[in-house]
Design a protein. Structure first.
Lengths: 209, 480
């Protein structure tokens, strides 16, 4: 993943509440086996309406989205984060995010910035005419009008963004600890590690109608 | 270790921490991984690109469900029928190729045990109390009904679990949702969870793991509990736990992948230590009384838009929160409803009984009990029954439920996710209205322009019979 230190530019001034991942990318776009090209399906039902934000030339290619409470609720589909990334969105600002979407955003270099409703309302107003800056070093959102809103991020996730870390690679380096945990559990709770391999549970090919 | 009273969640968490980092993030072991065709191909591709193996295929189970058509899967000669949509067929064949390449146990579409991952896991005994269980699907919260710490993950996390059998997580806050009393006549677990979501809101559980407690939850079967835990995510909570008890053990005993012999005894002894200790503290507590819960349904496009069936479509101006007023008006426009309309005066064209929320044997029994002796109303264009698995289907057929449904004018289908999210050919046409036992009433969820009212299986059956949203208690009383 590319490191992310700052996101600056125009912002979609949306502010809508409870935007679910079916709105971000409808299910019929999920029949893909790659991560690429989902921007064309992003916000399909919103974009079907004339005069919508996402086809407004003022915001074309905007790297920031300002949204309402509970952004990214619903389905766990990471396709939502892939679609936003493909649209060029690198930060979303909202009063709250769903836990699953928030995790997916981080893993794709999109910063989910939580700010109070009053700050989000102000940013929706500013975004109609001016750019917004999200800075991960100073942990602030600023505008050309002296607005300055501080935010927090989970320290581990912030570090992953700033350094562009490969989480799987980092965890594989812990292999000894994982193996030790497995051998401890094999003693303490042996049934847990049986899984599908248990007696009488051959899966492939059995039990056909 | 301190002797402070702990919650069920804290006990499972503590038993799965491999390492705790200085910043508080923990490396957590994952005991069970369910895989389906939609959220896994990019994860398998990631492993392949990095030359990585799948660490524990024996703790992984793959089942296709989202894309499968629910019409017949074999022809008269028993030969598999081709899937018409090339994109769906491609995703299904990618899963078959990936599980073969990485050695993952797989239940295929023609196997009697195939079904929705969240129906198959408990049914096979793959889901166990006190385990951590994940799947690239938000309704993984369902497995919390058996006392598993189960939650939905994104595809990057799916790849992380495949490669390492772990996840890097921060511990969640805890919320107790307590439902005491005795449920009234005609009130089901679906009504309970709709009432809970209506109370806490669609974001009320964000950042929390819920534990459902109280007399109502204790009295529920495992099937009923699965319905409640399943919809935790619609209240914002990634997981919804229920403490394992004798009901749980009786459900699991003898299931194909459940522990056997001496292992079973050891497992039960451990499971008995898991329920939250007396005096354990939750970060938040919500209480409901069973007597306040009526058969319920949704009027809008968020699962928090809940009213009792005796109620009416609310006036958007009645909401205190200005952003909710705007959202409610947009919902009513999309739903084609006017404020003040009695819910029971709303006509419907479609009925869907299925999904990981309500497609188990008890759901089908509840629907059949209402349907028996009636016929689907003339204005209904399609009434689908989609069992959650091949084994549920077989059980229902052994009980003669399929004949009740078919004689009443329902279509009796093959298992899958179906009209819950319309990735397969089962869709509600634009502008038409569906009484659905699924979990999401989002804009376009059941098809572009589709209008969804979330209901229990008995309420869906009642709506099918009358052609409008109906208080199932009236129909049950009329028959008594």
């Amino acid at each position: 993943m590319e490191p992310v230190r700052q996101v600056e530019g125009r912002a979609y001034p949306w502010g809508a509440k409870n935007i679910d991942t079916d709105i971000i990318i409808p299910a019929h776009w999920l029949k893909t086996t790659t991560r690429e090209g989902l921007g064309k399906g992003a916000f399909e039902t919103v974009r079907a309406q004339p005069g919508n934000l996402f086809d407004d030339p003022r915001y074309a290619g905007a790297p920031v989205l300002v949204a309402g409470d509970n952004f990214g609720c619903g389905s766990s589909r990471e396709h939502a984060a892939w679609a936003l990334a493909d649209l060029g969105i690198k930060a979303v600002i909202a009063p709250s995010f769903s836990d699953i979407f928030s995790g997916n955003a981080f893993k794709n270099g999109i910063v989910p910035v939580v700010l109070p409703q009053a700050a989000v309302d102000r940013l929706v107003e500013v975004a109609r005419t001016d750019p917004i800056t999200v800075d991960l070093e100073t942990m602030t959102v600023t505008t050309p009008y002296q607005d300055r809103f501080g935010f927090t991020l989970d320290p581990f996730r912030r570090r992953c963004l700033l350094e562009g870390l490969d989480e799987i690679g980092m965890t594989l380096a812990q292999d000894t600890a994982i193996s030790k945990y497995e051998s401890d559990v094999a003693q303490a709770r042996p049934w847990t590690l049986v899984g599908v391999g248990g007696e009488g549970s051959v899966v492939e090919g059995a039990g056909r109608t | 270790m301190s002797n402070a009273p702990r919650t069920l969640y804290e006990k499972i968490w503590a038993d799965h921490v491999i390492e705790r980092r200085d910043d508080g993030t923990c490396l957590i072991y994952i005991d069970r991984h369910l895989v389906h065709e939609v959220t896994s191909p990019q994860a398998f591709a990631g492993l392949r690109a990095a030359g990585r193996a799948l660490r524990r295929p024996d703790l992984t189970l793959a089942v296709p469900d989202h894309n499968l058509p629910t019409t017949a899967r074999v022809d008269a000669a028993g030969q598999p029928l081709l899937i018409a949509d090339p994109a769906s067929a491609g995703q299904l064949s990618a899963l078959r190729a990936n599980v073969a390449e990485f050695g993952v146990p797989y239940i295929d579409a023609l196997d009697a045990r195939q079904g929705i991952v969240h129906v198959v896991g408990p049914e096979q005994g793959f889901t166990l109390p006190g385990t951590t269980l994940v799947c690239g699907d938000s309704h993984t919260s369902a497995h919390g009904a058996l006392g598993a710490l189960a939650f939905g993950i994104g595809t990057s996390e799916v790849e992380h679990v495949m490669a390492t059998q772990t996840l890097l997580l921060a511990q969640s806050k805890t919320m107790e949702v307590r439902v005491d009393g005795t449920l009234g006549y005609g009130v089901s677990p679906k009504d309970v969870v709709l009432a809970i979501i209506g109370k806490i809101g669609a974001a009320g559980g964000t950042g929390y793991v819920i534990e459902f407690t109280g007399e109502v939850i204790r009295a529920m079967s495992v099937e009923g509990r699965l319905t409640v835990s399943n919809m935790s995510i619609e209240g914002g909570a990634r997981s919804g736990l229920i403490a394992p008890d004798e009901t749980t053990f009786a459900y699991l005993k003898g299931r194909p992948m459940a522990p056997k012999g001496a292992d079973w005894d050891k497992a039960v002894a451990y499971w008995r230590t898991l329920p939250s200790d007396a005096g354990a503290r939750y970060d938040a507590t919500v209480q409901l009384q069973a007597s306040d819960i009526a058969p319920s349904l949704t009027w809008g496009t968020s699962p928090e838009d809940v009213v009792p069936i005796t109620g009416a479509v609310p006036d958007p101006e009645s909401f205190a929160d200005p952003s909710k007023r705007v959202a409610a008006q947009k919902s009513l426009d999309y739903m084609g409803l006017a404020a003040g309309t009695r819910m029971q005066d709303i006509g419907i064209e479609h009925v869907f009984i299925g999904s990981c929320t309500n497609s188990r044997i008890e759901d089908l029994r509840a629907a059949a009990a209402v349907v028996k002796g009636h016929h689907v109303a003339d204005r209904i264009r399609q009434a689908l029954i989609v069992p959650g698995s091949g084994l549920v289907k077989r059980q229902a057929e052994a009980e003669g439920l399929d004949r009740i449904f078919v004689e009443a004018g329902f279509e009796w289908r093959e298992p899958g996710c179906s009209m819950c999210l319309a990735m397969n050919p089962d869709k509600v046409p634009a502008g038409e209205r569906c009484a659905s036992t699924s979990n999401r009433n989002f804009v376009g969820r059941q098809g572009p322009g589709a209008r969804t009212h979330l209901v229990s299986p008995a309420m869906a059956a009642a709506a099918a019979v009358t052609g409008r949203l109906t208080d199932v208690r009236d129909l049950m009383t009329a028959d008594a």
